[in-house]
Design a protein around this ligand. Structure first.
Ligand code: 5GP
Length: 193
């Protein structure tokens, strides 16, 4: 088991509805040393990709993306959830269905912060059905920039997102892939990587 898998076994809670709760170390209270270890791990996996920008989506991807961006020495940009219906032409927009909240958000990134010459590493905390990643890919590609990789802390391998993104030909690296989890027994099984 790697350091993240060990932490998941120690502190994560399996909830009904295929939700893994990690709020004691990843997305409410945050273990910053763990964030920095994940940053270094993603740096090692993507260091030859020529990354110029790290892109994530608010809110829970931001902390991991900060650590990754610091390792690469590049800016981090996060897609903002926008309530505004009339979105002006200064932003790239995508619609993202939230797995946890079951609603659809418009997310935006200012055109100032993604340029055609950028090589973008997309980072997020979880991968379930892949809507968040597809939105971030769509925003990146609308800017003319290139997606050079995607890094996920926890992929739920029994949901379709990972397969969809890999089938599209992107390099997707997940630090932990959960293949099975059981809310009643509280058990979690990881994919061997
Ligand atoms: P997707 O868009 O791939 O369906 O879902 C990914 C997004 O939903 C992530 O940004 C994450 O915030 C949230 N998410 C999906 N599954 C889980 C989960 O099991 N636990 C938590 N805490 N968040 C999740």
């Amino acid at each position: 088991m790697n350091f993240l898998e060990e932490r998941i076994i120690k502190d994560a809670v399996v909830k009904p509805g295929n939700v893994l709760k990690v709020d004691s170390f990843l997305n409410h209270q945050m273990d910053i040393e763990l964030m920095d270890r994940m940053g270094e791990e993603f740096y090692n996996r993507f260091k030859d990709a020529g990354v110029t920008k790290v892109l994530t989506i608010e809110a829970s991807g931001i902390a991991i993306a900060c650590s990754v961006a610091r390792c690469f020495g590049v800016p981090m940009v996060f897609a903002k959830k926008s309530k505004s219906v009339n979105i002006d032409g200064d932003v790239f927009v995508a619609e993202v269905e939230s797995f946890t909240h079951k609603n659809v958000n418009k997310v935006i990134v200012s055109k100032k912060f993604l340029k055609p010459e950028d090589k973008v590493l997309i980072i997020d905390d979880f991968l379930a059905n892949g809507c968040a990643l597809q939105g971030l890919i769509s925003i990146t590609e609308s800017s003319g920039a290139k997606v050079v990789g995607l890094g996920i802390a926890i992929e739920k391998g029994f949901q379709i997102g990972g397969r969809v993104i890999r089938n599209l030909g992107y390099k997707l690296e997940s630090l932990a892939i959960v293949d099975e989890m059981d809310a009643e027994k509280g058990t979690i099984k990881f994919r061997e990587q």
